[in-house]
Design a protein around this ligand. Structure first.
Ligand code: HEC
Length: 172
């Protein structure tokens, strides 16, 4: 009996060693990958170019991928987007040829009140009850940051109510 116990006990360290030997050495702690993902956005014209984002623009990116990507991009984190099924087809929010010409106030209004409030398609939902005014500012800051061609703030603000009063021209 005693010998058996002794043998059993002596096997324990061997077993522990063997089990320990199978374990991979702990990987060095990585920086928060998710946080890094929000620090930059891929240039929509050049996948090798990363656009650095400020804190506010990064908040806007988070909101874009939660609420807007489904209709305003061609691919979403969950697969294909709804964009091509919609009429009118919503602009890509990185498309500077479409959005560089509209004022921040117009964007704020259409995002907050929805398309129908500005005589546009009701397929653009109102976000004023979902997003705070700061959220809306953040998502606009993100849209400006990722615009291709790059956005340049106009000397004079455009119309808050129409696309026609393009940035730079006097509001009607
Ligand atoms: C259900 C689909 C859908 C979602 C989700 C959506 N949009 Fe839209 N959006 C549209 C459509 C459709 C239009 C085009 C309206 C028109 O031209 O009549 C539009 C238009 C716009 C415009 C105006 C573009 C212009 O050239 O006048 C802005 C800015 C905009 N969306 C921002 C956003 C933001 C920011 C979000 C997320 C918070 C968002 N949209 C979410 C469908 C959507």
């Amino acid at each position: 009996m005693k010998l058996r116990t002794l043998l059993l006990l002596s096997a324990v360290p061997v077993f522990l060693l063997a089990a320990g030997g199978c374990r991979k050495p702990a990987a060095p702690a990585k920086a928060d990958a998710l946080r890094n993902a929000y620090d930059v956005e891929v240039d929509s014209n050049d996948a090798t170019h990363m656009i650095p984002l400020s804190y506010q623009q990064a908040q806007g990116k988070r909101i874009f991928y939660a609420d807007c990507v489904w209709c305003h991009a061609d691919a979403t984190p969950a697969g294909p987007s709804n964009r091509s099924n919609l009429t009118p087809v919503p602009p890509l929010l990185s498309d500077g040829t479409v959005l560089n010409g509209v004022s921040d106030d117009y964007m704020k209004n259409i995002i907050t009140l929805g398309g129908s409030a500005l005589g546009k398609s009701a397929m653009m939902p109102p976000w004023g009850r979902t997003l705070s005014p700061e959220d809306v500012k953040a998502v606009i800051a993100y849209v400006r940051a990722v615009a291709q061609p790059p956005y340049q703030a106009p000397a004079q603000a455009g119309s808050p109510y129409t696309r026609e009063g393009t940035a730079g021209s006097p509001s009607k």
